[in-house]
Design a protein around this ligand. Sequence first.
Ligand SMILES: NC(=O)c1ccc[n+]([C@@H]2O[C@H](COP(=O)([O-])OP(=O)(O)OC[C@H]3O[C@@H](n4cnc5c(N)ncnc54)[C@H](O)[C@@H]3O)[C@@H](O)[C@H]2O)c1
Length: 256
Amino acid sequence: MTGVQGKVVVVTGAGAGIGRATARLFARNGARVVVTDVQEAEGAATVGQIVADGGDALFLTHDVASEEDWQRVLSAAAERFGGIDVLVNNAGIYFIAPVTETTVEDWNRLFSINVTGVFLGSKHVVPHLTERGGGSIINLSSVAGLLGAAGHACYGASKGAVRILTKDLAAELGAQNIRVNSIHPTYVRTAMADYGATMAGKTLDDLGRGMSVLGRLAEPEDVANVIVFLAAEESRYLTGAEIVVDGGGGTSILSV
Ligand SMILES: NC(=O)c1ccc[n+]([C@@H]2O[C@H](COP(=O)([O-])OP(=O)(O)OC[C@H]3O[C@@H](n4cnc5c(N)ncnc54)[C@H](O)[C@@H]3O)[C@@H](O)[C@H]2O)c1
C-alpha cells in the first residue's frame, strides 16, 4: 500500500466538520496538508490539531467563490510544499426552504460556493496537477445530488451540478492522468446536519439512525476515510465515479 504518504493535499472548508476530519486523516497518513476556510480561527485550529499530532500543515484564508482567492491559495500552497497532488473541494453551505420562498439571492449565493467554487478550484488546480504528472480531485456532492427532497430545490440542484461536473472533468482530464470523483454522503455529524435536523424537527441521531441500515448516524471520519482512499494510489483506476457514503440507506426502504 502506497497510500498518500508525501502527497500535497488542499482541503477547502477544513475549519470544521468533514473538511477538518479529512485534513487530519491525510496528515496522519503522511500527507502535507493545506487547510483553507473563510473562518480564520477555525482553520488555524485545524492546523494546530495537525501539528500537535506531529503532522505538517498550512492554513490559508480562502473564499472558494473568489477566483482571486483560488489563484493566491494554490500559488502559496505550491510554493510552500513544492507542488500540489490532490484537491478536495469540500467547502459548501446548506439551505432548506420551499421553492416559493427561495430568493434569487439565496440561489446565487449558494451556487457561488457549492458550484462555482468547485469549478474555479478545478480550473486553477489543473496546471499544478499536470506539473506533477497527474493527481486527484475529490468533490463533495451529497445524496441530495442523486435524489430529490422537499425543500431542497436550491441545495439539491447545486449538488446535482457537482455530480455531473465531476464526470465532465473526469472525461476531459483523464488523458492528463487527473482523476475526478464525487462523494455523496447522507447526514453526517456536523453543524450542517444539525441545521437539517432542526429543520426536520428531529434530533440528529434519530435522523441519522433512520437514514442508515447500519442504525447510526455517519461520523465525519466515515467520509474522510473514503476521501483519503480516492486520493491514494490504490484508487488509481477510479475516475468519474460517484461514491455513495450513506450507510446503505439508499439501498433500502426506510422510514425516517
Ligand atoms: N454534513 C452532512 O450531513 C453532509 C451531507 C452531505 C454532503 N455534505 C457536504 O460535505 C461538505 C462539508 O460539509 P460539513 O457538514 O462538514 O459542513 P460544515 O458546515 O460543518 O463545514 C463547512 C466548512 O466550510 C466552510 N465554508 C463555508 N463557506 C465557505 C467558502 N465560501 N469558502 C471556504 N470555506 C467555506 C465553513 O466555514 C466550514 O468550516 C459540504 O460540501 C456539504 O455540502 C455534508
